[in-house]
Write a protein that binds this ligand. Sequence first.
Ligand SMILES: NC(=O)N[C@@H](CC(=O)O)C(=O)O
Ligand SMILES: [Zn+2]
Ligand SMILES: [Zn+2]
Length: 436
Amino acid sequence: MSAPTSGSVLITDVRPYGEGEPIDVVVVDGTINEIGSELSAPAGADRIDGGGAILLPGLVDLHTHLREPGREDTETIRTGSAAAALGGYTAVFAMANTDPVADNSTVTDNVWRTGRDIGLVDVYPVGAVTVGLAGKQLAEMGMMAAGVAGVRMFSDDGKCVDDPLLMRRALEYAKSLDVLIAQHAEEPRLTVGAVAHEGPNAARLGLAGWPRAAEESIVIRDALLARDAGTRVHICHASTEGTVELLRWARAQGIAISAEVTPHHLLLDDSRLATYDPVNKVNPPLREARDNIALRQALADGVIDCVATDHAPHAAQEKACEFGQARPGMLGLQTALPIVVETMVATGLLDWRGVAKVMSERPAQIVGLTDQGRPIEVGEPANLTLIDPDTSWVVDPDGLASLSRNTPYESMTMPATVTATVLRGVVTARDGEVTR
Ligand SMILES: NC(=O)N[C@@H](CC(=O)O)C(=O)O
Ligand SMILES: [Zn+2]
Ligand SMILES: [Zn+2]
C-alpha cells in the first residue's frame, strides 16, 4: 500500500483549545513543525487564515453508517466522508450492517481502500461479530484484523449480540486478538414491535414502547461478561439514566467498560414524537428529559467516555411513511459538534479541552489509534479542526453533504461552525466545502 497523502500548511490566527492569545501553526509533510507567532509558510504550503478560530485535534467518530456497499442510494463512502470532513472529523468508524455485511476481509479491506482513495477522512471499517449479523456464529474476526484494513473494532450494531454464550465467546476471541467489541445493547425479547421509548408519551400516542430495561439488562450482563473475560466491552449509544448508574457501578468495580452517547440523546427527548414525524424515530429511542440530563452529566464526569454520531442515513421513502413502519436512524456527522457546544459547552459542563477529550482523544484511545486524538504539539500528526464558536447557522437538509435528508434538526440554529478540517496537513474542508 502506498503511504497516505500528507501535506504542508500554514495555519494563522488560531487558539488551540480556545485558550490564550491567537498563534500560528506550521505543518510540514503532515506533522506539526512549529507553533508560535508570525510564522512563515514552508515551501509549497497551503494557507488557512484562522480568523481567531478555536483549534482542536481532528474529531474521531466511533459510530457511523456509510451504507456502502449495498445502499449507495442513501450514502456512499464518498458522500459520508464529505459529511465527516465538513463536520470536523478526521477519522470515522463505519459500521458493519452493510449489504453484503462486513463480516469478512474482502468487504472490510474494500471499505478501507475506498476511504483511503477518497482521502477526506480516515475510514476504518468495523467488522461484524457474527456471520451476516445473524447472531448464530462468530465471524472470522482474526482474518479481518489481519487484512490491510487492520480491523480493530467489531460490532453487530443495528442488532444486539443477545446470546450470552456467543457474547462471552466473542469477548474471549477479541481479547486474544486485542480488538474491541462494541455492543448495541437491546434485549430483543423486550423490544418486540417497539418503535418509541416506553413512557407516558408513547402511551398517549399509541406507540409500542422500548423500555429502558431492554438496554440496561444487556449493559449489566456485558459488564459482567467483560469482567470474567478480562477484556473491555464498549457500549454503543447509551441512552438511559439507568445505564449511567450501571456504568458508574461497573467502573467502581474496576471493570473495563467504555461507552458513547449520541448528540441526539444529549439534546432531544420523546416529546418530539407528538407530530408522529418519523424523522424522530431512532434506536435506541429518544428518551425523557431526565435521561438527557443524566447523560450530559455522565459525559462531563467521564462515566460516559465519548460522543459518537450514529450517523444513520435513510432514503426518503424509508421515512415518508407511518411512524411504525419507518426505518430508525438520523443523520449526525455535520451537526454533532454544534450540538455538543449547545448541550455541554454553553451549559458550562465542558470547556474546549473537554470537547477535545470526548470527541477526539478518548475515542482514539478506546480503539487504539495512535495518530488521532493527539495533543496539539510540535512533532504530532496534523489532524486538526478549526471551529468558529460565534458564527451560527441554520440546518437545511438539502444543504448537507449526505445523500439522505433525515435530519431531525431542520431549521434549527446551530451555535458554532466548523471552518476547516486538516488531515495529515491536507486541508479536507474549508468554509463549508470539501477540497477533494
Ligand atoms: N440507530 C439507528 O436507529 N439505526 C442504525 C442502526 C443502529 O445504530 O442500531 C441504522 O443502521 O440505521
Ligand atoms: Zn445501534
Ligand atoms: Zn448505529
